[in-house]
Ligand binder design. Structure first.
Ligand code: SF4
Ligand code: SF4
Length: 124
């Protein structure tokens, strides 16, 4: 799925699946140092076992890991995950389990809405 996401070089359009999205999130967490992702010591982080993106992964556990990480990110408030405003987070389109098809349909529209006020401010 092509999504705009935050990267070392700023916002870029990347082809993400859950495996890559977790790795991107971990790179973001470690200031884009892959070596630090591998050395991560936070074994209780929900993304821990999927962080390097290289090993064989259980798809169901990976899906749950994303949802649990988002729950942690939103301080345990389940309802806030759906309302997450960080649409450049690599996990954004995957944060609600199997909702990504719906998210994808609305993603472009939301991005336009999100950027519109900023673009208008620049014009003035
Ligand atoms: S597993 Fe968690 S703490 Fe470790 S790099 Fe990934 S996001 Fe950060
Ligand atoms: S998608 Fe939103 S809730 Fe999930 S990790 Fe990213 S910023 Fe947090």
């Amino acid at each position: 799925m092509q999504v705009l996401t935050i990267s070392k070089d700023g916002i870029k359009n990347v082809n993400l699946n859950r495996r890559k999205a977790i790795h991107e999130r971990c790179l973001n967490c470690c200031c884009w140092h892959p070596g630090e992702v591998a050395k991560c010591a936070l074994k209780k982080c929900p993304l821990y076992q999927f962080r390097t993106g290289g090993e064989k992964q259980d798809a169901k556990l990976r899906n749950s890991a994303i949802k649990n990480y988002c729950l942690f990110c939103m301080s345990g408030q389940v309802g806030e995950i759906a309302k997450c405003p960080s649409n450049k987070c690599p996990l954004y389109v995957f944060r609600r389990g199997h909702q990504e098809r719906i998210e994808k349909e609305h993603f472009s529209k939301r991005q336009i809405n999100f950027h519109q006020p900023i673009q208008e401010q620049r014009l003035w």
